[in-house]
Design a protein around this ligand. Structure first.
Ligand SMILES: Cc1ncc(COP(=O)(O)O)c(C=O)c1O
Length: 410
């Protein structure tokens, strides 16, 4: 039987060679390779600075902490995103305030965001205060979900009008653009991920991109326990004594082993994105002509989608008026059937308000964010990676067609 994974990192001999090179150098913790990788990524995205971290989650936490997010504050986040976005907010002591998304783009619904800003808060001096809890609204963490940039320019203008911070969760969006502007270049710090499901990987890893040189300096200190001189600089003769520690920081340092792999991966990034986009075009064509039960992902005019995942939706309008819950059971049946035929699929991501911790702590019910809930229950990510062949795509689509025609009572 065929075995088609949902994703597969794209490596060559270079990653193996460079790993051995770093091992031979003896410098395996953070050092010159991490600094070089930061430059590679920042340059690719057209941004002044990159600050490499152990993951996107730690990148988010670092950027949030450095910019003063903390207890007594609210932060607006989309309800449909990997839970790391909300967890990072919670780890600063602030409270995530969820907003529903748009089902076609999977990104935050800007109208609903504005509604929350205007209805949940009142203005005191220049600060928005939560009418129920008294928390101050710190800002917004919009997500570029699955590699499609959100409506960031509108969000920027809301933030400007109401004096709010923005940190972009660009975990899935390395290389994504609006027009010619890459994510990272929209005027806010953005945080990317190098987890193996992303376009390029360092095993685990993340990076904050920013044009703010002072902020980057502060982030580097905070990334390394609050230390004012990096290990690399000390090695280059900046002293044998431990330097000054002006802040209480963390150890969120990416290692040179990871960064070296990242450097090799960066050379492949544009190729990886281009290859994935070709496969996306083929899936779109196959599904639109043969599988009317599935809605293909959108790429709005002027946006450049990098497709961390190919996420389509089961069309509930074709499912005889069944509830979202029942449609979700059917979606799971389809995914199980595909799994049994050697095809791995995944739900796109989850609606955070349906997760146990968030349900219990904040009393969320599924219908509070209906579009996020629908995407949670009806999204399906199909296999997508550079080595995926046309025959394998054909096999995937053929099997989806077969499973749907069996119907299972739907
Ligand atoms: C939207 C989003 N934010 C944050 C993360 C967390 O990234 P990491 O695994 O690098 O911490 C992910 C990972 O999948 C993600 O999809």
């Amino acid at each position: 039987m065929k075995k088609i994974p949902v994703t597969k990192p794209y490596f060559s001999e270079e990653e193996k060679r460079i790993t051995l090179e770093v091992l031979d150098s003896g410098w395996v913790a953070q050092g010159p390779r991490a600094a070089a990788f930061e430059k590679n990524v920042a340059e690719h995205e057209g941004v002044a600075e990159g600050v490499a971290t152990t993951s996107c989650t730690t990148a988010l936490h670092l950027a949030m902490s450095a910019q003063g997010m903390g207890a007594g504050m609210d932060v607006i986040v989309p309800a449909f995103t990997f839970v790391a976005t909300e967890n990072a907010v919670l780890s600063t002591g602030a409270i995530p305030v969820l907003v529903d998304i748009c089902k076609d783009t999977f990104n935050v619904n800007v109208n609903k965001l504005l509604e929350v800003v205007e209805q949940k808060y009142y203005k005191k001096d220049r600060v928005l205060i939560n009418k129920e809890t008294g928390n101050a609204l710190w800002g917004i963490v919009p997500v570029h979900e699955f590699g499609l940039c959100c409506d960031i320019y509108k969000i920027n203008s809301i933030a400007q009008e109401y004096n709010l911070h923005i940190i972009e969760d660009a975990a899935c969006a390395l290389g994504s653009k609006i027009g010619e502007v890459h994510q990272g270049g929209f005027g806010n710090p953005s945080c990317i991920s190098f987890h193996p499901r992303k376009s390029i990987t360092t095993g685990e890893g993340g990076m904050i991109l920013t044009d703010n040189v002072e902020l980057a300096k502060g982030l580097r200190e905070l990334r390394s326990h609050g230390c004012t001189i990096s290990a690399d600089e000390r090695d280059k003769g900046k002293g044998f004594l431990l330097p000054e520690f002006e802040k209480a920081g963390y150890n969120y340092r990416m290692t040179d082993l990871q960064a070296a792999i990242g450097q090799a991966q960066m050379k492949k990034l544009d190729y990886i994105i281009a290859e994935k986009r070709k496969k996306v075009a083929l899936y779109n064509e196959m599904i639109q002509s043969r599988i009317p039960e599935l809605i293909t992902p959108v790429e709005p005019e002027g946006f450049f989608h990098t497709y961390q995942s190919y996420v389509c939706m089961l069309d509930k309008n074709r499912l005889k008026g069944k509830s979202i819950e029942d449609c979700g059971i059917y979606r799971n049946y389809i995914m199980q059937e595909l799994e049994d035929r050697g095809i791995a699929t995944r739900q796109g991501t989850h609606a955070v308000h349906t997760l146990g911790y968030y349900r219990k702590r904040f009393g969320y019910m599924p219908n509070m964010f209906p579009d996020a809930y629908e995407c949670d229950r009806l999204s399906i990510a199909l296999p997508l990676y550079v080595d995926l062949t046309v025959e394998e795509q054909e096999y995937v689509i053929e099997n989806i067609g077969e499973v749907l025609s069996n119907g299972n009572g739907f």
